[in-house]
Ligand binder design. Sequence first.
Ligand SMILES: [Zn+2]
Length: 157
Amino acid sequence: MRTINTIIIHCSATRSDRDFTEKQLEEAHIRRGFNQCGYHYYIRKSGIISSMRKPEVIGAHCRGHNANSIGICYEGGLAPDGIPADTRTFEQKYALRSLVHCLLQDYPGAQVYGHRELSPDLDGNGIVEPDEWVKQCPCFDVKSELSKEQYQKHFVK
Ligand SMILES: [Zn+2]
């Protein structure tokens, strides 16, 4: 088993008023030259969590950070007008919390990031500011919701 020390959250960057199925996601990634879906888990609007790629297989979802990470994608991330937005349903938020919580048990000490936080630090000050984000993905602040510190605050160990 490879070392996993990072969990990276993505959105599918599809409109929240449309369905984007596991099959469509996989086909989109195959068109981009991957042999299967680049993420390990996909969370539908219904809250269903689909396994897309075995955790022991390196993902294809965040350049420079794939070797030691797990990639999770939720369906949506764009409002019906196409503007990036936190479109997660109640069910998706709950499923995401549960999945990340389980992964932190399996990979203790792993850091949880939103994709945009791993954009290049252009001004080199050690902080990736919003104007340095390559894109909005995953369209919400992962640190304030899903970091290990947040779990320690909200869950009894
Ligand atoms: Zn992403």
